[in-house]
Design a protein around this ligand. Structure first.
Ligand code: ZN
Length: 436
């Protein structure tokens, strides 16, 4: 495949690399017309027409080297929204390459935005919200359309379909009562008794026996995932106690044996504390703690509260030796924060370079359904099923985050276990479900 462009930039190479991996085809990038070989499919990324090519007119973003508010010019063709409109009369009426770059690089998160109480970028601030596309893998939809257009001219591009379902669990608080020390356990227990979220027998039983602790749901999660060929991932919080960091002591015997037990059936990653965002050196401390427990290196992580600040969060992870992050999702809504259900690499926009940090998007988090979006169980099941269908169709990864604490009346999530079971059943099955 030929990619004709008048100028090459790191931004362009980054997008071309993503397209190559999706289209299973390598691109020959050509900058002068005379170099274009005959009989090869051509993506013509210039404003000049070339006979037989598929033209995408550039808006200039990929040749810029600063970060500034962009004129997004949203539009729509058939039922597919887009932005960076160029010419409505063209086969591809927008600068698809710039739009892909804008979403994958998280360009909009480098611009000033109004944040939530934790300082997080919210879905409402995203261009995908304004074009009603957060619950669609819009980049994957665009690329499928691009492949179709190129194939109509005689090429034979087949898009990779590697659908998989990944069950993940953020272990914010390993146990509700156990391992917290008597005072913390009693305070938590008494609070739960007062608001009638537990009974005295429940509380006493949990204090005596680990198996009865309401957050000890690890074997349940493993069992629910039993028909999935992908191992689940547990992200362990090993930070110090703080306002948003509430786990049991990292070096408590219960934590050590939990990690040992889980490692035989699952992958284990780090769940960096909220405090590590303000004090990045804590990230290394927590990583060292992980390694001292497991005697193994840890390279995968997911941010507590899904806190992401660009480029700092990912720069810190890279500096600490992490190679794979799973935080790319919103707390306030389900769907596709970066517009895709496929893995991609972090592009550091301030350094203008592609990094080796792999990102697997997060699609759905438990608390998003019941706390943030406040969906009914029927609505939640339906909305998630539609998303799973899209991920199956576009052959990416459906990543589900369910906390170990989301199985109990203590967190108001006991009745949601049925929803979890349904999601896992249809995410694990081969068929598309609930197609309307
Ligand atoms: Zn967390």
């Amino acid at each position: 495949m030929i990619l004709f462009t008048e100028q090459i930039s790191n931004r362009l190479l980054y997008v071309a690399g993503f397209l190559e991996s999706r289209m299973q085809s390598s691109f020959q990038i050509v900058t002068t017309r005379s170099q274009i070989p005959a009989n090869e499919p051509i993506i013509n990324y210039s404003k000049w027409p070339i006979v037989g090519s598929t033209q995408i007119i550039p808006v200039g973003l990929l040749l810029e080297s600063d970060i500034k508010v962009q004129n997004l010019r949203p539009g729509q063709t058939d039922s597919t929204p887009y932005f960076f409109e160029t010419d409505r009369a063209c086969e591809i009426p927008f600068d698809m390459l710039s739009a892909i770059f804008y979403l994958l690089s998280r360009y909009e998160e480098y611009l000033p935005f109004s944040h939530d109480e934790h300082g997080r970028f919210t879905s409402q601030s995203s261009v995908l919200h304004s074009i009603s596309s957060i619950e669609k893998p819009i980049i994957d939809i665009w690329i499928a359309r691009l492949a179709e257009i190129i194939n109509q001219k005689g090429a034979n591009i087949s898009l990779q379909n590697n659908y998989k379902f990944l069950l993940t669990c953020d272990v914010d608080i390993a146990y509700a009562y156990r391992g917290k020390g008597l005072v913390r356990a009693l305070v938590f227990g008494i609070k739960s008794l007062i608001i009638k979220k537990t009974t005295l027998t429940g509380f006493v039983k949990a204090l005596i026996k680990k198996e009865d602790d309401p957050y000890n749901t690890y074997s349940k999660l493993l069992w629910l995932n039993r028909n999935n060929s992908e191992k689940p991932i547990f992200f362990m919080h090993l930070g110090n106690h703080g306002p948003y960091d509430k786990s049991i002591r990292w070096n408590h015997q219960l934590m050590k044996s939990l990690i040992a037990e889980l490692s035989s059936n699952a992958a284990i990653g780090l769940h960096p504390s909220m405090a590590s965002n303000k004090e990045p050196e804590l990230l290394d401390t927590e990583k060292q703690r992980f390694m001292s427990i497991t005697n193994e290196n840890v390279q995968i992580s997911r941010q507590h509260y899904l806190f992401l600040r660009f480029p700092d969060t990912y720069r810190n992870l890279i500096k600490c030796g992490f190679t794979h992050d799973f935080s790319m999702g919103y707390a306030d809504t389900i769907g596709f924060r970066a517009g895709t259900c496929h893995d991609f690499f972090f592009y550091d926009l301030k350094a203008e370079k592609t990094t080796s940090l792999r990102i697997t998007p997060l699609t759905v988090m438990d608390g998003t359904l019941f706390s943030y979006m406040k969906l009914s169980q029927a609505e939640a099941t339906q909305r998630v099923a539609s998303i799973v269908n899209l991920v199956k169709h576009y052959g990416g990864t459906f990543t589900l985050l369910w906390h170990n604490s989301s199985f109990t009346a203590l967190t108001g999530s006991a009745q949601w276990v049925k929803v979890l079971e349904n999601i896992i059943t249809f995410a694990t099955g081969n068929d598309e479900v609930f197609r309307k």
